[in-house]
Design a protein around this ligand. Structure first.
Ligand SMILES: C[S@@+](CC[C@H](N)C(=O)[O-])C[C@H]1O[C@@H](n2cnc3c(N)ncnc32)[C@H](O)[C@@H]1O
Length: 203
């Protein structure tokens, strides 16, 4: 697949099953809203899977910025993008997402994607934190264009605890309904603190 190509069909069998996993679920909602040539932000770069997805979605004319505090994340993402022919597409920024306003003007982004937690395969002690996550969401909402969307994959339980999830949900619940639509999905019949996909649409 070329860097500028994103497969939108759900496919069959295993492919369809995969769509119900949180990352793919969020990707399919983002893809349903996205416009080619927009500005796409990956607020938690990690191993680069979301950055790669956004690069493909952005197409040739679009722009992608990705943030992570860890050098390891930047290196993994760089390698993944290069492997898939997207090496030049994204600007990889080693900085906290709570500083994203240093790199973007207000109402500049079409999509902002958060995938909270720790770097898979990395040090689990270095993870997103409630205070910085909240500040990043607040700044992200200012940076989002009207008509744009924010996607949030929220994890809880285990090493992660519940504080981050609780304070993000409390904050989102209070957003003015005239300005934002907040949709919280749920893996209703899954046990053991399943992840929570959340989407915020700016009116
Ligand atoms: C679950 S991983 C992200 C997975 C990633 N999106 C992917 O596709 O592989 C969460 C990432 O958030 C990063 N992170 C933690 N605090 C951060 C912050 N303040 N700003 C940006 N990234 C942060 C961690 O270093 C970790 O790599």
């Amino acid at each position: 697949m070329k860097c500028s190509q994103y497969k939108t069909s759900a496919g069959e069998g295993k492919e369809r099953l995969r769509q119900s996993q949180i990352t793919e679920w969020c990707h399919s909602i983002i893809a349903s809203q996205a416009v080619k040539g927009g500005t796409y932000i990956d607020a938690t770069m990690g191993n680069g899977n979301d950055t790669l997805f956004l690069c493909r979605l952005a197409g040739e004319k679009g722009k992608v910025l990705a943030f992570d505090i860890q050098e390891q994340a930047v290196q993994s993402t760089k390698a993944l993008l290069a492997e898939h022919g997207c090496g030049e597409k994204a600007r990889l920024i080693q900085d906290g997402h709570e500083h994203m306003d240093r790199y973007l003007e207000p109402e500049a982004a079409d999509v902002i994607c958060f995938n909270f937690g720790y770097l898979p395969g990395g040090d689990h002690r270095i993870a997103t934190r409630p205070d910085t996550s909240l500040r990043a969401i607040q700044k992200g909402l200012e940076i989002l264009k009207r008509g744009g969307m924010m996607s949030l994959c929220i994890y809880s339980g285990g090493e992660t605890g519940f504080e981050e999830k609780d304070c993000i949900l409390e904050y989102l619940r209070k957003l003015p309904a005239k300005e934002y639509t907040v949709i919280v999905n749920e893996y209703y019949n899954r046990k053991n603190c399943p992840p929570l996909p959340v989407f915020v649409f700016k009116m």
